[in-house]
Ligand binder design. Structure first.
Ligand code: FAD
Length: 489
């Protein structure tokens, strides 16, 4: 049989004399979406095999912050005293993930969110019922609920705000806890896990996907799936050629992944006729400390603000990268810097300090007067608690006073979880992928479901089109993973 191959063209099942393994449902990739798909397929009574290229499950999900976007009145929202409804959650997500977020998926996701929260809790995923109440990437505490910019303009005017960032209980990044719990659930289920098994190509019979061919320790192994194949192989941020083809603005940046987002699952499905969607979209984890940015401002190389600083920082990152080439600086004063507790600074110290804005502007290399105008305008209104330009919350408004500081975002930051690694102006992952229905069926170029083929997670275009809110990846991966697993079985 075929050795390791770069080709992703599907193989005809008729070429295989005898399949190495047979099952009902085959799930490719043991990250959060694959675990959820396999668990639901198993619950539905399907014999299920979960294939994983690495020696164990986890994927990028195990490295993640463990923030899961949930709402509509979950147990910990209620325990923290917040009222929420699926309709308000839906309004927020349509605005924040758009333009052209997948309205069908967003509706199902919001209306199924309380049930999904309860499913996660039933698997053993821990959430602590307390609120972390200020802007950050990942809180240094184990608080289970956080704002994701729902209370920031313009979103607070579009939907009744409620905090919906649900954090898996952990000091720091909670993805490892999430995946440990889901791995335990898989181990306790009837799902068979085949690790060290890298899927290379789909197998087809006519227009139906009936299995895969994979490599396992130098050998080719074949799998027949009687009911369905579910692709949950993650995104394509580690595949430079694919980035260059679809999302050139993401090339040469740091990548937020386990290093295995090579897009092969997407390409295997494309080769079987699958359509793709929103391939240019990306999450941009901009290298700044949100607590510093909200206490000051973010400006471009002309010294101009360009966004409300208290929206979800990923939206700031997208604006900074796509509109300003990451040539952006956080400007704040000493008081603002000192107000950010040390354990939230992630080691970030100002790159420029000056006694006056004109001096700071010169040091950074901005045009004469540019930053001075911006700070003067900001200060003119900040004393009254208003921001007529970008409507930052009054909570963060105060006239900036000498001494001043500037942080060059392109110098990067290193989250404590990374140790000495990290850096660069931003770390990105892709949001586009296979075009799927709310039940995970992969659609072809005519918009018809490809028989036997399903997908979920970052291998698909999920809730998002252009925008991103933290928690929607683990969220849509597990939510639509479950639906794909159930549908496949
Ligand atoms: C540092 C960091 C922080 C993050 N924080 C958050 C957060 O707080 N909230 C959030 O929602 N998102 C977060 N994300 C993003 C999130 O982790 C990913 O988007 C999410 O894990 C995608 O889930 P997935 O199941 O689609 O893919 P993954 O979790 O990456 O799993 C894919 C699996 O498929 C396997 N695989 C790939 N190709 C093959 C193949 N050919 N054959 C067999 N197996 C294969 C991979 O080895 C991997 O195990 C973060 C990411 C990182 C890196």
């Amino acid at each position: 049989m075929h050795a390791t191959t770069r080709s992703v063209r599907p193989l005809a099942a008729s070429e295989v004399d005898e399949f190495t393994h047979e099952t009902d449902v085959l799930v490719i990739g043991f990250g959060c979406a694959g675990a959820a798909a396999a668990l639901e397929a198993d619950t539905a009574g399907a014999r299920t095999i979960l294939l994983e290229r690495q020696s164990g499950g986890g994927g990028s999900a195990a490295l993640s912050g463990g923030e899961i976007y949930l709402g509509g009145g979950t147990g910990i929202q209620q325990a923290c005293g917040f009222t929420d409804t699926p309709a308000e959650m839906e309004k927020f997500l349509l605005a924040a993930l758009g333009p052209d977020a997948d309205a069908d998926k967003v509706r199902h996701y919001c209306h199924g969110s309380v049930e999904h929260y309860e499913w996660l809790v039933a698997q053993g995923v821990p959430f602590t019922p307390s609120l972390w109440d200020s802007p950050t990437w990942v809180p240094p505490t184990d608080d289970g609920l956080m704002w994701m910019g729902e209370n920031a303009y313009p979103f607070c005017d579009l939907a009744t705000p409620a905090p919906r960032g649900h954090r898996v209980t952990s000091d720091g990044f909670g993805g490892k806890v999430l995946m440990a719990v889901l791995s335990d659930a898989i181990a306790a289920s009837g799902v068979a896990v085949h690790t060290d098994t890298a899927v290379q190509r789909l197998m087809v019979e006519g227009d139906r996907v009936v299995g895969v061919s994979a490599r396992h320790f130098g050998e080719t192994v074949t799998y027949r799936a009687r009911r369905g194949v579910v692709i949950t192989t993650g995104g394509f941020a580690d595949n430079t050629a694919m980035l260059a083809q679809h999302a050139p603005q993401l090339v040469s940046l740091g990548v937020n992944s386990d290093g295995g987002d090579d897009g092969r699952g997407i390409r295997m499905a494309q080769a079987a006729g699958a359509a793709i969607r929103h391939m240019s979209a990306g999450q941009v984890g901009i290298s700044l400390i949100p607590g510093m940015m909200v206490r000051g401002m973010i400006v471009n190389e002309l010294g101009q603000r360009f966004i409300n600083e208290d929206v979800y920082p990923g939206l700031v990152g997208q604006a900074a990268l796509f509109k300003h080439g990451l040539r952006v600086w956080v400007i704040l004063d000493e008081k603002g810097y000192e107000e950010v507790p040390e354990n939230e600074r992630w080691g970030v110290v100002p790159h420029f300090v000056a006694e006056s804005v004109s001096e700071l502007e010169r040091e950074v290399g901005m045009p004469d007067g540019a930053l001075q105008n911006t700070v003067a305008e900001y200060n003119r209104y900040a004393g009254e608690g208003i921001d007529p330009y970008f409507h930052k919350s009054a909570r963060w408004l105060r006239p900036l006073q000498a001494p001043f500081a500037a942080i060059d975002v392109r110098k990067g930051i290193a989250p404590p979880e990374y140790g000495a690694a990290g850096g660069g102006g931003a770390e990105v992952f892709t949001l586009g992928g296979l075009c799927t229905t709310v039940d995970g069926a992969v659609l072809d170029l005519d918009g018809e479901a490809i028989p036997g083929l399903f997908a979920a997670g970052r291998a698909t275009s999920g809730l998002h089109s252009w925008g991103y809110i933290s928690g929607t990846s683990l969220g849509d991966g597990t939510f639509f993973g479950r639906r794909a697993g159930a549908a496949a079985s």
